[in-house]
Write a protein that binds this ligand. Structure first.
Ligand code: AGV
Ligand code: CA
Length: 314
């Protein structure tokens, strides 16, 4: 069993990451932190607790709310999706939440859960790195008990996805949200597996995929996945939706779906390239970089986990 801690930021693929992590028999999820990034934090925390209540197979974990703040906040239109997701009827059959909310903010919860763990913890982060950076500053010893960090963020050889004034588009959003946090984590000795835009572009959200999930809606988890992804669309300019976070989450338990290379990277802190991660073979920090994904195997895994999930309220 692998002890895993998930820190996410409340967009659709973040929620689906939590849903799927709870279904992996080899994974012992020890905590969940939610940061105020790509989804308003309150509905994102609430939806996370409901997912655990309904699909958590009696998991005893709690959810922790982050008090970290953006350097560059996500567009409101994207952040609003968390409210819609939290209101889906499939997550509201029961009104009383059983999964507890921690009293500590997410970065302190992270410190506590890592220090308490008897085996090294695998971190999965599908949003900005701020809570981890703050956790390292509070207690630098945590890095000794982290097996590795799987992070959805950055891009190495591809363009970014930030389209904002004063920026040249070279950064990925999770990195741009708090570039300093990326630098803090890059400067630590944590083993990093980076899932950047280079590989996630191989798993776009397509109409065919939505129809596929619709055909399997008799399975509650696949119904929730279909309902969730119905809330986002891929037709606005420059806003194709990919399965960014789900790829990151499945990578931590199913290395056979990805190929990786050992490489080196650095990060820029200032405009117009704030949050740009780039290939730097001479003086960059070493990391394991996901170069490609076996898309059919990846989508099959989602189906497999979704079919066997039980919908069983606490
Ligand atoms: O940059 C990818 C990250 C992922 O963690 N997020 C979405 C995923 O949760 C930001 C993002 C980029 N483009 C988006 C995003 C879009 N069109 N809609 C919502 N979020
Ligand atoms: Ca995310």
């Amino acid at each position: 069993m692998k002890n895993v801690y998930l820190n996410h930021d409340g967009n659709i693929d973040d929620f689906i990451s939590l849903l799927l992590l709870l279904q992996m028999p080899e994974i012992n999820l020890i905590g969940v932190g939610v940061i105020d990034g790509d989804g308003y934090v309150d509905p994102a925390v609430s939806a996370s607790r409901k997912i655990i209540d309904a699909f958590g197979q009696n998991s005893q974990i709690s959810v922790s709310r982050s008090n970290s703040r953006a350097i560059h906040q996500f567009p409101k239109e994207w952040r609003l999706t968390a409210f819609s997701f939290n209101d889906l009827p499939i997550l509201n059959e029961r009104q009383n939440l059983k999964t507890p909310l921690t009293s500590q903010p997410a970065h302190l919860d992270l410190v506590e859960k890592i220090m308490q763990s008897k085996s090294k913890v695998t971190l999965v982060m599908t949003g900005p790195l701020t809570d981890l950076a703050r956790a390292i500053m509070v207690n630098p010893q945590i890095t000794d008990n982290i097996a590795e960090l799987y992070w959805m963020g950055g891009s190495l050889h591809e363009a970014g996805n930030v389209d904002e004034p004063n920026h040249n588009g070279s950064a990925e959003w999770n990195a741009y949200w708090d570039p300093e946090a990326v630098k803090t984590v890059w400067d630590s000795n944590i083993n990093i597996v980076m899932v950047g835009l280079d590989s996630t572009k191989q798993v776009p959200l397509t109409q065919k995929l939505k129809w596929h999930w619709a055909s399997l809606r008799r399975y509650p988890a696949l119904d929730l996945i279909g309902q969730g992804y119905a809330l986002v669309h891929s037709f606005e300019a420059n806003s194709t939706y990919y399965l960014w976070d789900v790829l990151t989450t499945l990578s931590c338990n199913y290395p056979q779906i990805i190929t990786t290379e050992e490489t080196k990277s650095s990060v820029n802190l200032n405009e117009p390239e704030a949050g740009r991660t780039y290939y730097n073979p001479e003086s960059g920090r070493p990391l394991t970089f996901v170069t490609s994904v076996n898309a059919p195997k990846f989508f099959d895994k989602i189906d497999e986990l979704g079919r066997k999930a039980s919908y069983n309220w606490k």
